[in-house]
Design a protein. Sequence first.
Length: 624
Amino acid sequence: MKLTKTAVLAAALALSCATVSLNATPANALTVMEWLNGKKKQKAEPLPGVDTGLTQPGAEVKQAVKPLPRVTGPRYYTYKADALKRVAVDKLADPVITSSISAAVQPAGDAGIRAAFATVDVRTTEGPAKAVESFYGQQKKFVWIDGTGINEKAKSAIAVLADAASVGLDPWDYAVKIPSDSFDSADMNKRYGELATFEVALSAAVATYVQDAVRGRIDPNKISGYHDFKRKDVNLVAALKNVAMSSNVKGYLESRSPSSADFQALKAELAKLKAETAGEDRVVIAEGTLLKPGQSNPELANVVKGIVKHGSDALKTDHSVTIATYTGTPEYTPELVALVEAFQKENGLKPDGVVGKASIRKMTGGDSVADKVAKVEVALEQARWLPVDLGARHVFINQPAFQVYYYEDGAEKFSMRTVVGSKSNQTYFFEDKVQTVEVNPYWGVPQSIIINEMLPKLRSDPSYLDRMGYEVAVGGRAVPSSSVNWYGSTSGVSVRQPPSGDNALGELKILFPNSHAIYMHDTPSKSFFKKDMRALSHGCVRLAEPRKMAAAVLGVSEEEVGKEIAAGHNKALPVKADIPIYIAYFTAWPNKDGVVEFFDDVYGRDDYMRKAFAATQKARQVQG
């Protein structure tokens, strides 16, 4: 059946994600036709036309049609690491002026070292630099020096900093030149200078390590407009005081990294991967291979090899005859199709016998060891952006996994498939709190769709929205679509789709109000959940079992949710519990059993993280 342009547009609108507010204008909104045709979004231009208003009866509107504007979405940035600054301890060189060290009670060597602060040239980022300056403005004793050499506390701290890679950090960021045990006793001023530089440099390195361990090296908001996090505040002066007083510096510094089970699982996985040999026996299936039942492909031999290597013993027993009699021929026979389908089912994939990207990933064992190490390092960094405690009851969406997980009492109660934003309309990475479940929801049409896709139709057919059943308002007052001057600005015009079986949001949506207009919702397009790659939405998160999630956050039964829906009224049900939600992006993350799983980098964000790592490393090692 050939669809009319009107029918195509209506279907596309039903697939689009909504804004929370009728008048909201999300910066990341993608137009329907852009979504359908994959067009490149253009930079926004001033909206043509005159002020929005109602047409006068009998008036004929004749205005030149100007190019319509486009709304651009967030972009990725070239990461700019924090610059280094000199730690200004020269002003603390005179103990009489600073009162930091009493010359009357300090040995001559300590006074000499303190005087050498005037020549110290140590550089670090602003936060640690200020902390070190403040610390030594108050500290009466050196932390890392005893007499004319370094102490055991210093050696303990250096050992932790040198092992920073075990928690996903870069040891070179905290490298400090250690004074030699041998020195010329006839030139003590030189020795005092070496010790003063070491004292300040190690304190700066420790402060930097503590800050990185707590909140990460990378500022997520400098990665892209899709990242939205308030960076954690770290009291570095207090950290240096704790180190100075601690009898267990190693334990204190190691405790600065997250202690959560998820972080510890990632840390253990990193250690295990680094212990594995680089020469692993991997199955290789040619990139771009796509094999369907009845076809012939020379890569079939590698497909079978991958199933034998990564399939369960039970699967190989059930299909032992097929495996034993296969001679490496390229013909994809029904018996081999059955083998592939069994393997797909075992791995949670759609058992259709089609060998594509998702199946190949499982058959080859996924990423190489080096790839897995890189993903875990990114995951350890990103885990530091999250709160220390995610909450005993919370919702966790992992976009690359296309899954959402619901937790109670700190344990996963259930999970379900999701559909997230397409690559051209990505879902954001942020945290919020669940506030409302709305049953029989309205869909507020984004301004981008009104401007870019509806205006051309409405200028030639002003009653189009009336016929499609949409509601139109100007300045908050309901009006017929046919009475609006569609040659004017749409800034005061709102369009919404009433609750119905065709509503783009289905029977409910779950709100956690945010500036990105992202939320979870039902959808009439249930077939999308059968796909393995589910980055298909306009940016919001579609749920395979929306009633189950709604019941969980409301603390009621699914039957009660069903009754509210069956009543047929649009209704907002407040979520009374404090339930954080994390709309996260991890290509490596532990499952409920603590086993780290790996996922495709659907948005390519890990690449930007690695570029940020490189930029940070370069910036921090300027002073050599």
